[in-house]
Design a protein around this ligand. Structure first.
Ligand code: TMP
Length: 234
């Protein structure tokens, strides 16, 4: 397969066309941003960690019945994926209070929820990805009712599967953000699953093992990404 011209460059990945119109190649970068691009930096080795980790998780999710964009890993930073049209909804599930949830409601981090939460953000950098309720997503025609039902069903499976998988690796899945796309009219999981997009706390120490180390200047950022990959690969 031939890697053709770049289609898009996001904050953490580039997307390239290929000689097959149904396939793209994604290339993961070491660039890191936070607070809607206000804070910028690099995390050496992050692109490779996020690529390899996403691919491991996507293959596991496929086994659990969640269709994903994953096709084939080409190199430590490059993967062939299905050419989806991304739905402009960030889908977030939380098992434990942290981040914007803790801030919005004025509560501490670490409250374990009896049931996981489910929320959307409108994927729009100009607006700062605002929280969005389901009826507003429908009103704007961002997804159909049927697509939203499918997204909810898949997200519940993603949460249960990843919670169990990460726990086996000594990591608590606090929350995560995923994105879906349309491929042949069907909703499939796309984008990535990585320490950029999940909060993971060490089971024994509650140490933060994710991008919060970069967002909050906690140190050992590169080492933490490598440690997460090492555990995920075991
Ligand atoms: P939040 O607590 O800041 O709303 O983040 C919830 C989850 O979403 C957390 O696991 C980090 C992830 N996330 C992204 O993947 N991209 C983003 O731009 C933001 C703000 C959060």
């Amino acid at each position: 397969m031939k890697k053709l011209e770049q289609l898009y460059e996001g904050k953490a990945k580039k997307v390239f066309k290929t000689d097959d119109p149904k396939l793209y190649i994604v290339e993961y970068k070491d660039d890191a941003t936070a607070f809607n691009g206000e804070k910028k930096g690099q995390i050496a080795g992050k692109g490779a960690v996020n690529n390899v980790m996403s691919n491991i998780v996507f293959q596991l999710l496929e086994q659990k019945g969640v269709p994903t964009h994953f096709v084939e890993q080409l190199s430590d930073r490059e993967t062939v994926v299905k050419a989806v049209e991304i739905l402009p909804l960030e889908v977030i599930t939380r098992n434990v209070s942290a981040g914007s949830f803790a801030k919005r409601y004025g509560v501490e981090e670490g409250i374990v929820f009896e049931n996981p939460t489910f929320e959307f953000s409108y994927k729009n950098d100009d607006l700062g990805d605002p929280l969005m309720c389901e009826s507003h997503a429908l009103a704007l025609g961002l997804a159909t009712e049927e697509q939203i039902e499918t997204i909810k069903k898949y997200t519940a499976v993603v949460n249960e599967t990843m919670k169990e998988f990460f726990l086996e690796k000594g990591l608590k899945l606090i929350d995560f953000k995923i994105e879906f796309g349309l491929y042949d009219g069907e909703v499939i999981l796309a984008d990535e699953v990585s320490p950029d997009t999940c909060r993971l706390w060490d089971v024994k120490t509650n140490e933060k093992m994710d991008k919060d180390r970069f967002r909050r200047d906690l140190g050992n950022v590169e080492e933490t990404y490598q440690e997460v990959l090492k555990r995920v690969q075991k």
